[in-house]
Design a binder for this molecule. Structure first.
Ligand SMILES: Nc1ncnc2c1ncn2[C@@H]1O[C@H](COP(=O)(O)OP(=O)(O)OP(=O)(O)O)[C@@H](O)[C@H]1O
Length: 463
């Protein structure tokens, strides 16, 4: 890397809008006479009433009619969401609020074009605050916290793109992501933002991508996971006479982003980021108001499954992510949901990273509406249409206590950039009730009890 280099250590990220497809749930036929159209909790209209007063099922939806309705829905959904975001960006209490425009952040014209092309109108709070620090001269370092889905990835992607000099054919920025999937996701954001900046090239230091010994990388930005990045660094420096384990120049700027900073992460960040500027949230600011949190009392897994079906029968859900503790439970739940007619994808730890990336891609493109997963996907995955996150099993640490960090990352898969979302926790024992209480105390936020058998109560949630 050159003398004026950047390194980013991150643990959270982005992606793209899946196509909106219809999800005609059982609840709709139950309530068919009362509604003229179904909307999901983001206000996306998901279906129209048929001639019998009920909602059409997938089976009786003609392709053409579906396509034309789909186009209409996508347009309406985009308008609604844009309005929602605009309101939040003018609300000083929202993490999306900013006083500045992208122009005032002095981005290069090529990048401004990229940002507007992605549909961004204004920066979010973290973008407004972090970008000037990351672009400052002389260089400054940064440790930054911002809620899930509030634009951290976009912030450091813009910073990297602003920093590179495309005329220089060597690596100038290094972005380290904790997982293969996130590295790909961040890479896509950088590619999209930098699409009008054609001479900037990106290399992926991820499993499967080998680097030849002694090769001089020409790509200005390298994004990868720690193991492969280290392997590439070792191979790059082995051939140089002045081989040194100090791969990064001392003058390199360094930024570290996360939605959560438990003590060990904070200590680590302070070790690897010298003399940093700090953007930190208060504990009660870490959860988003736009994500409504509930728990449901259940007895055993069959009972949890019934509660889940009731949720599906009552809420209008665009896409959902369901977290289980073990692969066995995830496989069982996937089979049950598939039997019920849901389009379900299963993501678990024994899959290869390529298989996992393919599953996430299909989900992102709306091919499946439900993603059942063990913990592999709790961080950073950005699928805009996820309106429900279910903790089928609650996140528990090795010590048997609540894993608050994982909880926050999991529920943050919904409520992306101002959208509304539901997080529902299945409580099946005194221990899991204790976990809910611990999580409530930790974030100082109420998690409300929900009776999924109570049709009226459930109906109110859609309001
Ligand atoms: N200024 C903006 N205007 C509109 N949309 C934005 C803006 N910045 C980011 N987004 C969109 O918001 C979503 C969330 O952004 P991003 O993935 O950067 O959040 P994040 O803070 O990194 O999330 P996480 O903490 O889950 O990793 C993405 O779909 C992204 O395209």
């Amino acid at each position: 890397m050159s003398e004026d280099s950047w390194a980013f250590a991150v643990d959270v990220q982005e992606a793209k809008t899946p196509s909106i497809k219809f999800d005609f749930s059982k609840r709709v036929s139950r309530l068919g006479g009362q509604l003229t159209a179904r909307e999901d909790i983001n206000g996306n209209i998901l279906g129209e009433k048929n001639e019998n007063g009920g909602f059409r099922n997938d089976g009786d939806t003609a392709d053409l009619a579906e396509q034309s309705l789909l186009n209409k829905l996508i347009r309406r959904s985009l308008v609604r969401n844009r309005n929602q975001v605009e309101v939040l960006q003018r609300d000083p209490t929202s993490p999306l609020y900013s006083v500045k425009t992208f122009e005032e952040l002095r981005l290069k014209p090529e990048l401004l074009k990229g940002v507007y092309n992605m549909g961004f109108n204004r920066p979010s709070r973290i973008q407004e605050n972090a970008l000037p620090m990351m672009l400052a001269q002389p260089p400054q370092n940064l440790i930054a916290q911002s809620q899930s889905g509030t634009g951290k990835t976009a912030a450091f992607s813009l910073a990297m793109l602003s920093h590179v000099n495309p005329a220089n054919k060597w690596t100038q920025c290094l972005c380290i992501s904790p997982t293969y999937e996130l590295a790909l996701q961040i890479g896509k954001v950088i590619e999209q933002m930098g699409q009008f900046y054609p001479d900037v090239k990106l290399a992926y230091a991820i499993r499967g991508n080998k680097m030849e010994r002694g090769k001089n990388l020409q790509e200005q930005i390298v994004i990868g996971t720690p193991g492969t990045v280290l392997d590439w660094c070792t191979k790059a420096i082995e051939t140089r006479a002045s081989a040194s384990i100090d791969f990064l120049p001392r003058t390199a700027r360094c930024s570290f982003f996360s939605a959560t900073f438990e003590d060990s992460v904070w200590n680590f960040a302070e070790k690897v980021v010298p003399d940093p500027n700090i953007i930190k949230l208060k504990r009660e600011e870490e959860t988003l108001d736009t994500i409504k949190q509930f728990y449901v009392l259940c007895k055993e897994k069959e009972d949890k499954f019934t509660a889940l079906c009731n949720l599906y029968g009552s809420l209008t859900i665009a896409q959902a992510m369901i977290f289980c503790h073990t692969r066995k439970m995830a496989a069982w739940l996937t089979a049950q949901l598939t039997k019920e007619g849901h389009q379900v994808a299963l993501l678990s730890g024994e899959m290869t990273v390529e298989q996992r990336a393919a599953v996430i891609d299909r989900f992102r493109n709306g091919k499946e509406k439900v993603l059942v997963t063990t913990n592999v996907c709790s961080r950073g995955i950005d699928v805009e249409q996820v309106s429900l996150v279910v903790n089928f099993d609650l996140p528990v640490g090795m010590d048997g206590n609540a894993d608050n960090e994982t909880y926050l990352h999991r529920i943050g898969r919904t409520g992306r950039f101002g959208r509304r979302g539901f997080a529902v926790n299945m409580v099946d024992s005194k221990h899991s009730m204790d976990i809910i209480n611990q999580i409530e105390m930790h974030f100082n936020r109420r998690i409300t009890k929900l009776d999924t058998d109570n049709v009226d109560e459930m109906e109110k949630l859609n309001a």
